[in-house]
Design a protein around this ligand. Structure first.
Ligand code: GAP
Length: 560
């Protein structure tokens, strides 16, 4: 078995086996939108259901929360389109934007902060950097950078075409007056690639000339200065398409929770600390959607807003950070591909600066490796959102806690009125599915399929397959009866039971390995004599015989 995972291979399998298709593919697709095929739709539903069961129905497995009581969470399903004032109050109208630039040569629109990464990925930049490094690793005995002369020729040619000049030592510079300091400054000598690539490609040493814009990763052309670009999609309600009727597609599900906080408190028997959870679509007009479903323009979130007393925010933050990490591990993202990263002080949102903290649960995707990409953020949002909505709506959103405050003359607490603080575990469902797909994808040249999808049985979109060894001699009938029994019993457990009488048994196993089906039961000649079947385990390929009447119990145990 091999650890090698190629994103191209994973995407090809997703298409081939009906997990994920490009949206509107017959019309050439649409950038940043993806459709889930039959297996993908079930896989995604299983992940969403697992979250719902473990967050809403039995929060944290029924274990006590940070303050020793059971964790209380109620669900919500709010609208995608809200009163536009919601997005003014939340700060999305004023501030939810990305810096964007345009290539003057090829006219591509790019997110300015993605340019260095894109440059690093660009094949032409890599070849230039390789040329620059040469066969020697880029340094002579004296530690000076060296380059092969033939490659320098190519480099010069490219520089001339791209309107750049080569500085002494073959460093590219955009303007002769901006002399680059060598990118291999002391700290960079061990691993000069990023600095080198950036410098070769852009001719800009960020430290020396931060005001210079970079080169286009696609054609090397000049990029405009970054402009702010609001990420919210908009539309209009009613027949008149003017500013008064402008509405937005929600860029996060969270705000629907904040605006319903008072409704939930007034109508449900909830007491702070408690949480409101919802899953649903969110839309962002990402400037550079990329990396398959990782950064899409339409995606689904699974968000909890957990309301607590300000003095308990630290405890609840740590509680949610750790329990969300444990959840991703429990559904199969184990090992060092998953990590928890606390944000540095300079990464924190302004309202989180004095807070309990912010952390990301990150996964090492094939396209981020050796780096990581965010799956879920856990943030202490203080009372920022409730305060904003209180101020903009004019409706009091304070909570009255009759178990807090100084004791009254009758000995009972007087009560305390406060705006709760919020801990927000906010996960991406599509990113979760992508991580599950990447984690499950296992190359095994010894298998006929060459690939096994090792999904956690809880998430597997096909729970089991029942095959007749050959399509005759009474075997198909026994297999069909067993499949029908299992379907009745397991159809509500998040996946189908497949049957398939055709092709060689090896090919049928191979198909199931690629689909991630954890168990195959085969009816053969012996079944007709001794009422036993073969069980094949997807992960080990091992086989054992069990009584046909034991199959349902066996599967029940294994699916958990
Ligand atoms: N309410 C907080 C919030 O929305 P966020 O970090 O912007 O925070 C939360 O988004 C999660 O939503 C991310 O961790 C990620 O998993 C997912 N997400 C965000 N933008 C996405 C995109 N363009 N495509 C897919 N998933 C995205």
């Amino acid at each position: 078995m091999s650890d090698r995972k190629s994103m191209d291979d994973i995407m090809a399998l997703c298409k081939r086996r009906g997990f994920i298709y490009p949206a509107s593919e017959i019309y050439g697709g649409i950038n940043g939108f993806w459709d889930y095929g039959p297996l993908g739709a079930q896989l995604k539903k299983n992940l969403r259901d697992a979250w719902w069961e473990d967050v809403v129905l039995l929060p944290c497995g029924g274990n006590p929360g940070a303050t020793g009581e059971p964790v209380s969470i109620v669900p919500l399903d709010s609208c995608i389109i809200q009163n536009p004032k919601v997005w003014v109050a939340s700060g999305h109208v004023g501030g939810f934007s990305d810096p964007m630039c345009t290539c003057r040569q090829c006219k591509k629109l790019l997110r300015a902060d993605h340019v260095p990464d894109l440059l690093r990925e660009a094949a032409w930049v890599k070849s230039l950097a390789e040329a620059e490094l040469g066969a020697t690793g880029g340094r002579d005995e004296g530690g000076e950078p060296v380059a092969r002369s033939a490659e320098i020729g190519r480099l010069k040619q490219w520089a001339r075409k791209a309107g750049r000049k080569l500085a002494p030592g073959a460093w590219l510079v955009r303007n002769a007056e901006h002399q680059l300091s060598p990118p291999f400054a002391a700290a960079e000598t061990e691993y000069p690639w990023p600095a080198l690539l950036h410098t070769v490609a852009t001719g800009v040493a960020a430290c020396d000339a931060p005001h210079l814009v970079s080169a286009c990763p696609y054609c090397g052309g000049d990029l405009t200065e970054p402009r702010q670009f609001n990420l919210m999609f908009h539309s209009y309600t009613g027949a008149v398409f003017d500013e008064d009727n402008k509405v937005y597609l929600r860029p996060e599900t969270a705000q629907g929770i904040f605006t319903n906080f008072k409704n939930v408190v007034d109508t449900m028997r909830v007491r702070v600390p408690f949480g409101i959870a919802q899953t649903g679509k969110a839309f962002r007009n990402e400037v550079t959607p990329r990396n398959f479903t990782f950064r899409s323009r339409e995606f689904e979130q699974m968000e909890i807003e957990f309301f607590c007393h300000p003095e308990e925010a630290r405890q609840w933050y740590a509680f949610w950070r750790d329990s969300r990490m444990a959840w991703w591990q429990a559904i199969g993202l184990k090992g060092d591909n998953l990590r928890l990263r606390e944000h540095d002080q300079d990464e924190l949102a302004h309202y989180a600066k004095d807070g309990a903290g912010t952390s990301d649960i990150e996964y090492r995707f094939p396209f981020t490796a050796p780096g990581f990409g965010e799956l879920e953020g856990i943030a202490h949002r203080s009372d920022f959102d409730l305060r904003q909505h209180q101020q903009h709506s004019g409706v009091k959103l304070e909570y009255f806690d009759n178990e807090r405050g100084e004791p009254a003359p009758n000995g009972q607490p007087k009560g305390e009125r406060y705006l709760p603080h919020v801990i927000e575990p906010s996960a991406g469902l599509d990113r979760g599915v992508l991580a599950v797909l990447c984690e499950a994808f296992t190359v095994d040249p010894a298998r006929p399929s060459g690939v096994i999808m090792r999904f956690h049985p809880r998430l597997a979109p096909i729970k089991a397959a029942v095959f007749p060894l050959v399509n005759k001699d009474g075997m198909p009938e026994v297999a069909n009866t067993l499949a029908a029994t299992l379907t009745k019993r397991f159809a509500r457990r998040g996946g189908s039971i497949e049957t398939d009488p055709k092709q060689s048994i090896g090919k049928r196993y191979a198909r199931m390995d690629e689909a991630g089906c954890p168990y195959c039961f085969t009816v053969d000649g012996d079944t007709l004599k001794d009422q036993t079947v073969t069980v094949r385990d997807r992960d080990t390929g091992g086989q054992e015989r069990i009584a046909i009447e034991q199959v349902a119990t066996f599967l029940d145990d294994k699916l958990g």
